[in-house]
Ligand binder design. Structure first.
Ligand code: ATP
Ligand code: MG
Length: 340
């Protein structure tokens, strides 16, 4: 099947399940802005509040976090004049297509999803049905726009493969060529930023340990302190990338540096090879503060005008529905729903 029939369109989203981390910024948000500014794609960026409630959220906090996430997108460079900015629940076609995809996805496919296993942990019987079904709704988030490209961190690769499987099965089962096979865009030096406390675990906004992550809103002292305390090994930095094999914590800090500085990892090691962490960590902290603090202050400024954020989201939802309503209608027609 050829995907050239589809408009080049980018969709991606984040959960308002906590404050944004450096991992979210480097793995996803920075890429959102680049793809927006490239001019090749129509870009749609979403706060996925329906995904956030797969784990219980305090209602007042969920609303605040959703607005804060919108402010973070804009502060980082997502421009509501260039991109469509939406909150998932304000565009009901996501959930409507999500139901259809619940009926396309197979139990066996869902049971292989590692994010569910990680998040549900030992207590899988007590996890919500929504947490299990999450990737089918995520497929709907993407495919309700016929999106062709999705910038994400490495942890979402499996969900993007599932999205393609769902699109292919729908097309096959109904004998149509309706949904595109969407490409993940997983790019840059920091597609998987690791926890500062454990180099084998991904940095996450929902990790119970605040010391494990750098939040976009941390102040300069907090950032410096967290980096100083980040787990490392006693050796100096190597001058070549293969010297970081079996040194996950050291590799993580070097990757973060490269991504923040828009440099290759090789360049960073050429500059810092031979340095001890006592010297490299303060340099990294300074760079992180330089890049993050302007975004944090712009977020604070935007959060002073909540009605303006709400107005932008209402407008974004209207723009989005011009795309999603016809795609849902056509889907229902294909499936055979009367009145579509
Ligand atoms: P949660 O713990 O609630 O799942 P999260 O930090 O994983 O939060 P999400 O909202 O699930 O954040 O993901 C938003 C985007 O950020 C996704 O594209 C995801 O791939 C990316 N992302 C999340 N964590 C990292 C990370 N550590 N490194 C790089 N990208 C990441
Ligand atoms: Mg996540």
């Amino acid at each position: 099947m050829s995907d050239s029939q589809f408009t080049p369109r980018v969709f991606s989203g984040m959960q308002p399940s906590g404050g944004l981390t450096l991992g979210n910024y480097l793995g996803a948000l920075k890429r959102y802005v680049e793809m927006q500014d490239e001019g090749t794609y129509q870009t749609i960026y979403c706060m996925v509040d329906l995904h956030a409630i797969t784990v219980w959220q305090d209602p007042a906090e969920l609303a605040a976090k959703t607005r804060e996430l919108a402010a973070a997108y804009i502060a980082a460079g997502v421009d509501p004049e260039k991109s469509i900015l939406i909150n998932q629940s304000q565009v009901p076609e996501h959930a409507q297509l999500g139901w259809v995809f619940n009926c396309v996805a197979r139990m066996g496919w869902m049971q292989r999803m590692t994010q569910f296993k990680d998040k549900a942990g030992k207590n899988a019987q007590n996890a919500s049905l929504g947490l299990f079904g999450y990737p089918a709704l995520m497929a709907a988030d993407i495919l309700i726009y016929h999106a062709t490209h999705v910038p994400v961190g490495d942890d979402q690769k499996q969900h993007l493969e599932l999205t393609r499987d769902i699109a292919a099965k729908f097309n096959h089962d109904y004998g149509v060529d309706f949904f595109p096979l969407t490409e993940p865009v997983i790019k840059g030096a920091a597609t998987r930023v690791m926890s500062l406390r454990d180099g084998s675990k991904k940095m996450s906004k929902s990790d119970p340990s605040d010391a494990s992550r750098i939040n976009m809103t941390d102040d300069a002292d907090t950032i410096a302190k967290k980096i100083r305390k980040a787990k490392t090994d006693p050796d100096a930095l190597p001058s070549e990338y293969k010297g970081l094999d079996d040194r996950p914590e050291a590799r993580n800090l070097v990757n973060i540096y490269a991504a923040l500085a828009d440099m290759s990892v090789e360049q960073v090691l050429a500059d810092h090879g031979g340095a001890q962490f006592g010297a490299f960590k303060p340099a990294l902290a300074e760079l992180a503060v330089e890049k993050l603090s302007p975004i944090a202050s712009e977020m604070t400024r935007l959060m002073d005008d909540v009605p303006e954020i709400d107005r932008l989201l209402a407008r974004g939802a209207e723009q989005a529905r011009e795309i999603t309503q016809p795609i849902l209608k056509k889907t229902y027609e294909i499936v055979g729903m009367v009145g579509s």
